[in-house]
Write a protein that binds this ligand. Structure first.
Ligand code: IPE
Ligand code: MG
Length: 217
C-alpha cells in the first residue's frame, strides 16, 4: 500500500493524514475483494524497515492500527471477515499485541474473506525465523516438516497476485519465499486513490495471465 505520503504532500496535508486516508481505503478494498470472490487479501501495512521512520510517524501508524481495528470490527462481523496480523509481534507494544490477539480470536471462525495485515513484517525475517523452526523440528526427529509450515504465513496460500501501488517497481522485502510464482501488477495510483475499479482492473489483468509455473503448456 504505497503512496500515502505523496498523496498527502500533493494536498498540502501531513504524512499522518495520508496514512489515515490510506487506512480508510482498506475497508473499500475488503468490500471489493469480497464482491470479486477473493478469499485472502494480505496488505503490506508496515515493514520492519519502516521502524526506521521518524518516531512521530511510527507512533501515528501504531495509533491508526489500534483505532482502525476498533472502527472496522462491525464490518468484520457483518461481512464474515477473518482478521489476522502477521509479522514480528515482539516489537509491538504489549497493548497493541493484546488488541490484535483479541481481534484475531473474535474473528477466527469467519470465513468469507481472510484479511491479513502484514505488520512489522519482512520477508528475510520470515525466512530466517522459519529456518530456525525448521532446523529445530528436523533436529527433534520430524523429517516430514515442510518449510512452508514454518513460515509466519503457515496455512495461508501463496499469493496469486501482488498489486503494488505508488509507481515503484520493487518487492521491498515482501513475502520473498511465498512470491516464487506470484503474478505482479504495478500501478502509478497512490494507495489512498486506489478504488474498487482499480482493484477490478488488476484482477482483470491477472485473469489474462498465462501461468505456467515453469512448465510447457
Ligand atoms: C505507505 O505509504 C505506507 C507505509 C509504508 C506505512 P508511504 O508512507 O511509503 O508513502 P510515500 O511512498 O512516502 O508516498
Ligand atoms: Mg513509500
Amino acid at each position: 500500500m504505497d503512496g500515502n505520503g505523496r498523496w498527502a504532500k500533493a494536498r498540502g496535508l501531513s504524512r499522518s493524514e495520508g496514512h489515515a486516508a490510506g487506512a480508510d481505503c482498506v475497508r473499500e478494498c475488503c468490500r471489493a475483494a469480497i464482491k470479486n470472490g477473493v478469499k485472502y487479501l494480505s496488505l503490506y501495512t508496515f515493514s520492519q524497515e519502516n521502524w526506521n521512520r521518524p518516531e512521530k510517524e511510527v507512533d501515528t501508524i501504531m495509533a491508526l492500527m489500534a483505532s482502525n481495528m476498533i472502527k472496522t470490527m462491525p464490518e468484520f462481523e457483518e461481512n464474515n471477515i477473518r482478521f489476522k496480523v502477521i509479522g514480528d509481534m515482539d516489537r509491538l507494544s504489549p497493548e497493541l499485541r493484546e488488541q490484535i490477539a483479541a481481534a484475531e480470536e473474535h474473528t477466527a471462525s469467519f470465513d468469507r474473506l481472510t484479511l491479513i495485515l502484514m505488520f512489522s513484517y519482512s520477508g528475510k525475517w520470515d525466512i530466517l525465523q522459519a529456518a530456525d523452526k525448521y532446523a529445530a523440528a528436523r533436529a527433534s526427529g520430524n523429517a516430514e516438516v515442510s518449510f512452508d509450515s514454518c513460515l509466519a504465513t503457515a496455512g495461508i496460500p501463496d499469493p496469486d497476485l501482488l498489486i503494488r501501488t505508488g509507481g515503484e517497481k520493487r518487492i521491498s522485502n515482501y513475502m520473498l519465499w511465498q512470491c516464487a510464482y506470484t503474478e505482479f501488477y504495478f500501478t502509478d495510483k497512490l494507495w489512498p486513490d486506489f478504488r474498487e475499479d482499480d482493484f477490478v482492473a488488476a484482477l482483470d489483468d491477472f485473469k489474462g495471465r498465462d501461468r505456467r509455473f515453469g512448465k510447457v503448456n
